[in-house]
Design a protein around this ligand. Sequence first.
Ligand code: CU
Length: 161
Amino acid sequence: MRRRTAVLTAASALAGTLALAGCSGSGSGSGSGSGSGEAELSVSGPYMPQPVSADMAAGFLTVTNKGGAGDELTSVTSEVAGQVTMHSTMGGAMQEKSSFAVPAHGQLVFKSGGNHLMFEKLKRKPEQGQTVTVKLTFAKSGPLTVEMPVKSATYNPSTGH
Ligand code: CU
């Protein structure tokens, strides 16, 4: 029956809206809700190749934004490093950047040969099999904490080893 279908559709649309509002954290609170658009960020595929030296390591991950508004990664910190810097790679030369855009409905990708994180002033040398805690801070969204596994020095995420 038509009417019944319409009611079910409306109910599930409402449930969807509520679920989204629940995820997005710091909303305006008074229930104006849908449409304004907020970034909805998650991190996938983090890893650190075991560093060859004891003073510097690289890190890679992907930030996915399922929300309707862009955000910006503004800083990265880790318990293992005195400082974490963000770099882009342009024509083989790397350049330090103070922030990276995370576009609405898009991704910010850090991968070998491209954008990367550099862990400097290491407090200990990360060894394969360990994990390193990394905190990502954004311009608008709340911070995300990631457990980044340490892989072999030659780890390739597309082959898995
Ligand atoms: Cu670099």
